[in-house]
Design a protein around this ligand. Structure first.
Ligand SMILES: NC(=O)c1ccc[n+]([C@@H]2O[C@H](COP(=O)([O-])OP(=O)(O)OC[C@H]3O[C@@H](n4cnc5c(N)ncnc54)[C@H](O)[C@@H]3O)[C@@H](O)[C@H]2O)c1
Ligand SMILES: [Zn+2]
Length: 711
């Protein structure tokens, strides 16, 4: 349909229009904008793979609308503003809809909605002060479907197609369980109806399906929307059934009685019409949850904002909300343009996808030398923020996606998830894209002395094994002073970076010999802050040994392992003489930690640093806090597991537990076959029942317990 070279130009030109870089007479801009929009409609509806965000597409659309408003004589009937985008593929029989299926106008905030409200009133010759009630519901992001029922039976289902003609997919609709094959419309005076709805797939089902496909080595579905629209067009209904599609019905398109007279309006409001559909067994947005009847446009806007905030936790993809004049007679009076109803509007949420150009890749070096590639892109708006820098995680990420410098890339940012690159747009390549050269040595220090990067088996990350440039040291110092390690109050990343820039911090040793008079002279410091900092550093010198060990940034040596090792030495430098095996003798220390710690202490530079730290007054021996709580070897409850339940009368729960510990017990949190003793206070609950049912648990009252621990 479109060649690659042509697509590249259409993409580049679209971005130029969006940047406001196009200066042509209106007579030339009009046809160009139309052909750009047609291209994007094709990417979106037919190829199912848009290259612009919806926001960008809508912006181009608005440019065209504005131009046409200024030059009404130049409007052509085939303009994208005059018809809806077509998804007719030719693979199915085309059938005419009973009434045209249109698009929706767009709004992005409460002001847009207020403007829409004013327009509706103008259209209806209503006073500005009169309030119109609106029905508001999610704008489901799937594939549109039109269902025709005659005499209470489903007789036809079709896609939206080009709005006038749809593709007939009745056999596929029949396997979608939420579409009833029969419904008692006649009870409501409806003999022939056309319903409109959206076919979608739950987000979790989508993920399960993709996980299963990945396992089977099949290509993955791009997103839930494509899975749903593609699902509707499967050749075999059994395949459709496997996709677990669902259909939300959101309105009547048409409805007549036995004589062929309209009988939808008699339902009164859109809200009541949906209530009827719900009663008839259709899946419609639930009142009070997914939909609301808003007394005026401000209330409608509030409901939209509420949903924008909770869209991530909703099980289905929605790209906005739809606001509809609730009264069906007013809808009828407001009417339609050739493109959308005048009585409804979409409220679009901020677009979560965007496309931009990958300009460069920079590399960050972490505290243990992990190299993280970061993409630098042409700045682009994504879900409300400007993005120009995105983590690429590791080399495999780059290779798997086949990213190249100069690529046009699709970005996504959903909810709290950090932005990421979904894929390069391969059809938009022109051959000038360059491979991303993965660094062989430290990317910060590209000299001969830099050692080659290493990648441990089974790990995704490349690391710089011996950093000579200091890039790692900076990260190590940041970690060293952080809460998790030496917890130096008042000395966060910002100061570390500042002192590092000034050359005062090269390694962690320098933390303990900072030039305080010079710090006091820094802008924003003064004597007091410098003094406070000195005090914090002095306090940290008395830290338990595990904090120092953890603060050395040894790969894989976490807090727990640091504590275990600190319990087992008299002086940190003892570790220089330890073999890997000795580390493994400590319960809960595994081989990875053993290897890494042994390697660290085999390095004379590190030993020298530790000697310097000791000379500067940093504690290098285990303290009281490092020692394990003395194990009790005598007492009534030695080696017994114990649990308290109900409220105790003479002791607090905490005091009772301390007594139990002192008497040798271990406190556990649940009743199980491993529980030895349950101490029962007043109003015990299910724990007592469970323990009695087990029959193996010794049950003590508070008095009995106190008697055993000696009062
Ligand atoms: N990114 C791109 O390149 C690109 C290209 C073309 C179109 N688009 C997007 O598609 C939009 C136009 O598409 P459209 O014509 O399908 O219209 P639309 O998506 O703006 O709105 C109409 C559709 O909304 C759906 N819908 C979901 N829930 C609904 C509800 N509760 N009530 C009523 N309708 C509901 C219906 O299926 C209906 O067909 C554009 O605004 C743009 O966001 C994007
Ligand atoms: Zn380096």
């Amino acid at each position: 349909m479109y060649g690659n070279e042509e697509q590249r130009q259409l993409y580049a030109r679209s971005k130029e229009y969006l940047e406001g870089d196009v200066n042509l007479p209106a007579a030339d801009r009009l046809p160009e904008l139309r052909s750009l929009l047609r291209y994007h409609e094709w990417r979106y509806y037919v190829a199912n793979d848009p290259v612009l965000s919806d926001f960008e597409y809508d912006s181009l659309f608005k440019l065209l609308e504005a131009l046409e408003a200024d030059h009404p004589g130049l409007i052509t009937p085939d303009s994208p503003t005059q018809r809806v985008g077509s998804d007719l593929s030719g693979d199915f029989t085309s059938v005419p809809h009973l009434t045209p299926m249109l698009s929706l106008g767009n709004s992005y905030n409460a002001e847009d909605l207020a403007e829409f409200d004013r327009q509706v009133k103008r259209m209806l010759n209503m006073d500005e002060a009169v309030e119109i009630a609106y029905a508001v519901e999610p704008k489901f992001d799937g594939g549109t479907i039109a269902l025709v029922y005659e005499n209470d039976r489903l007789v036809r289902a079709a896609t939206r197609g080009n709005g006038v003609l749809g593709e007939e997919i009745t056999h596929n609709a029949r396997v979608i369980k939420s579409i009833p094959l029969t419904a008692r419309f006649i009870q409501h005076g409806l003999h022939r109806v056309e319903l409109r709805g959206e076919v979608i797939i739950r987000k979790d089902r989508f993920q399960q399906m993709n996980a299963a496909r990945a396992e089977a080595g099949l290509t993955l579905f791009a997103n839930p929307r494509n899975t749903a629209t593609g699902g509707l067009r499967m050749k075999s209904p059994t395949e459709v059934a496997e996709r677990n599609l669902e259909a939300f019905i959101y309105s009547f398109g048409y409805g007549t009685d036995a004589e062929g007279n309209d009988s939808v309006q008699a339902l009164g409001t859109h809200t009541q019409a949906l209530d009827v559909l719900a009663k008839l067994g259709f899946k419609v947005p639930a009142m009070g949850y997914e939909r609301s009847q808003a007394e005026n446009i401000a209330a409608a806007a509030d409901f939209c904002e509420l949903w924008e905030g909770q869209r991530e936790t909703y099980p289905y993809e929605i790209d906005g909300m739809v606001i509809k004049v609730d009264n069906l007679a007013l809808q009828e009076r407001a009417g339609y343009t050739s493109h959308h109803p005048r009585w409804a509007i979409a409220y679009k949420f901020a677009a979560r996808q965007a496309t931009t150009t990958l300009l460069n890749v920079e590399y960050q070096v972490g505290k243990i030398g992990t190299i993280t590639p970061v993409a630098k892109t042409e700045p682009v708006a994504l879900a409300g923020v400007m993005i120009s820098s995105i983590s690429l995680h590791n080399e495999d990420f780059i290779r798997e996606k086949d990213l190249r410098l100069g690529d046009k890339v699709l970005l996504e940012r959903a909810g709290d998830v950090i932005p990421y690159i979904v894929k390069p747009l391969e059809e938009l390549r022109d051959g000038s894209e360059q491979p991303i050269e993965w660094p062989v040595t430290c990317p910060i220090n590209q000299t001969d002395e830099a050692a080659p990067l290493v990648r441990a088996e089974g790990e995704a990350a490349w690391r710089c094994p011996v950093c000579v440039c200091g890039a790692q040291n900076l990260q190590r110092i940041v970690f060293h002073v952080s809460k998790a390690a030496m917890d130096i109050d008042g000395m966060g990343r910002r100061y570390v970076e500042q002192f590092y820039e000034l050359g005062w911090l090269k390694t962690i040793v320098d933390v303990y010999r900072l030039p305080y008079p010079e710090i006091a002279a820094l802008e924003g410091f003064g004597d007091r802050s410098a003094d406070n900092l000195r005090r914090s550093v002095d306090t940290a010198k008395q830290n338990p040994l595990w904090r120092l060990l953890h603060g050395l940034s040894i790969h894989h040596l976490g807090k727990k392992a640091s504590q275990l090792i600190a319990q087992n030495v008299d002086h940190v430098l003892d570790l220089a003489d330890w073999s890997e095996d000795q580390f493994l003798h400590i319960k809960d220390i595994g081989p990875t930690v053993a290897t890494n710690v042994a390697a660290y202490f085999a390095n004379p530079i590190h030993l020298e640093q530790l000697r310097e730290l000791e000379a500067l007054g940093v504690n290098v021996r285990p303290t009281e806090e490092d020692r394990p709580a003395a194990t009790v070897t005598e007492g009534p409850f030695v080696e017994k597991s114990m649990l308290f339940t109900g409220s105790l009368q003479q002791l607090s729960r905490k005091e009772a537990q301390e007594r139990a510990l002192a008497a040798g017990a271990r406190i556990v949190s649940a009743v199980s076959g491993k529980l030895d003793i349950l101490v029962v206070g007043e109003k015990p609950g299910s724990k007592l029942k469970k323990a009695q049912a087990l029959g193996t648990v010794r049950i003590l009252t508070e008095e009995e317990f106190l008697a055993l621990v000696g009062g």
